[in-house]
Design a protein around this ligand. Structure first.
Ligand SMILES: C[S@@+](CC[C@H](N)C(=O)[O-])C[C@H]1O[C@@H](n2cnc3c(N)ncnc32)[C@H](O)[C@@H]1O
Length: 449
């Protein structure tokens, strides 16, 4: 079911759904303006306030929230897919759900907001269940009730299955997007890295979705079946791992990249179902809401590398995936591993097939995460080139191609600096400006000429 928020006409106060005001079919499009049916004025969608309503939430608590109505129903009969406007029967079902009792696994959990709250689309959202339609909150809680009846190892596998679907697909953060050349909306999950709720949220069928998702789990269990290897998962802070000194051959770590994604805040959507949330005091992050700046972040990262050094065998190696467009964050990382006695043996760039949402939309981001291979060997670094000299060389070496993928080039620049033990003195923004300036100053000679 596609839901729609309600627009309030700034001229006459008449309410109309975003769907009715802006969605046009054949060809499918969304217009930026509409004619108000009441006062006949042409109104930009962007000039309309969203209607609010006071209602009782799933636990019967009074809530002032965005008014949302059902706009479109999608379904399947046999193998035939269909869609239609809502009918009185759909409204009758919603009225019945509004009176339904909640299953016992339904958590009445407070959300703790940090960096991700937006005054617009998060109005009234204080509790976990405010991220769900009541129907889907009941569906989730019912699955948790059912999982609870199984022996512990099956119960936990079932919870993992349901939660692997939950935060991307079960909440009001699920969306439709309009893609060029498509005759219908494209159904998509939530945007990664944020808690965004669109003007046209989608209520998916969780039972269908989890059933589909189970295929990936069944395939993985087939793959692993009969394997004699053992995997131990420790859920603890990496600042003090429950591992013996010099017991580890190899470490692969993908630590938080400064302020990039507030994981503890995001992960509440899954963690509240398990009854335990991340201890934010131990979260390694740059976060104003947690009063952690680059200094605090660097100190926590230093404790992590210290503990990595403690558990790693003397000849052991550690790979770190890292990315930031900010030189101060790179410096904090470099200082953290250097203090723990690590040096960079080699660098490379992890070529991810799909950039994350944040990387695509951030004004300055880095594509292709740099990879660092660390060892405890003491390497002699000859004093030499400054990081701006290295930047100029990397740009010159790339020649005319430097502008086609400046983000990848920044990753290469960072890798070179770290490998040579140099401070990174340039943010991605300054580096891109240098690359643009070099490109406009004519054909670029190769670095070794
Ligand atoms: C870049 S993400 C890693 C994502 C992971 N590689 C994956 O694909 O799901 C960084 C992770 O570090 C976690 N983290 C933050 N502070 C931590 C700490 N003190 N100890 C262990 N993990 C921490 C964050 O919660 C986040 O899940």
């Amino acid at each position: 079911m596609i839901w729609s928020e309600m627009l309030v006409c700034p001229h006459c106060g008449n309410e109309v759904s975003l769907w009715d005001a802006s969605v046009k079919t054949k060809p499918l499009s969304m217009s930026d303006t509409f004619r108000c049916k009441s006062c006949r004025t042409q109104v930009p969608v962007g000039a309309c306030e969203r209607a609010l309503e006071s209602s009782l939430d799933a636990f019967g608590r009074k809530q002032l929230t965005k008014k949302r109505v059902i706009a479109r129903v999608h379904g399947r009969t046999g193998s035939a897919k269909w869609q239609r406007p809502p009918t009185p029967e759909d409204h009758a079902v919603l009225a019945r759900i509004a009176k339904a009792k909640l299953p016992k696994s339904a958590p009445n959990a407070d959300l703790v907001w940090g960096e991700l709250r937006r005054t617009g689309y998060h109005v009234g959202i204080e509790k976990l269940h405010h991220f769900y339609t009541k129907r889907n909150f009941i569906a989730m809680a019912t699955l948790f009730d059912l999982a609870a009846d199984f022996p512990e190892h099956v119960r936990d596998a079932l919870r993992l299955l349901v939660l692997s679907y939950n935060s991307s697909h079960s909440t009001l953060m699920t969306r439709v997007v309009l893609k060029k050349g498509q005759s219908d909306f494209v159904l998509t999950g939530s945007q990664s890295g944020v808690l965004y709720i669109s003007g046209l949220p989608v209520e998916k069928n969780i039972l269908e979705g989890v059933r589909r998702k189970s295929k990936a789990f069944i395939d993985s269990f087939h793959l692993l079946h009969g394997s004699r290897s053992t995997v131990v998962v420790h859920n603890s802070t990496s600042e003090s791992m429950p591992l013996k000194p010099h017991s580890v051959d190899y470490v692969f770590t993908d630590p938080p990249f400064g302020a990039y994604i507030p994981y503890a805040e995001l992960n509440q959507i899954n963690e509240h179902w398990l009854g335990k949330t991340t201890d934010r005091a131990r979260e390694v992050i740059v976060s104003p809401s947690q009063s952690k700046g680059v200094l605090e972040y660097g100190a926590m990262m230093a404790s992590v590398f210290k503990d990595i050094s403690r558990v790693l065998k003397p000849e052991g190696l550690a790979t770190v995936v890292f990315h930031s467009a900010h030189s101060e964050v790179w410096r904090a990382l470099a200082q953290a591993y250097a203090t723990a006695g690590f040096t960079v043996e080699a660098t490379s760039v992890l070529d991810k097939i799909q950039a994350s949402f944040k990387q695509v939309v951030s004004t300055v981001s880095v594509k292709g995460d740099p990879l660092l291979l660390l060892s405890k060997r003491r390497l002699d670094r000859a004093v030499g080139k400054t990081s701006s000299k290295i930047a100029a060389e990397v740009i010159r070496d790339a020649g005319n191609g430097s502008l086609s993928d400046p983000q990848l080039l920044y990753s290469q620049f960072v890798g070179k600096c770290l490998q040579l033990g140099r401070d990174i003195e340039m943010d991605a923004k300054a580096f891109y400006a240098l690359a643009r300036a070099e490109a406009s100053s004519g054909p670029m000679p190769s670095a070794d000429r």
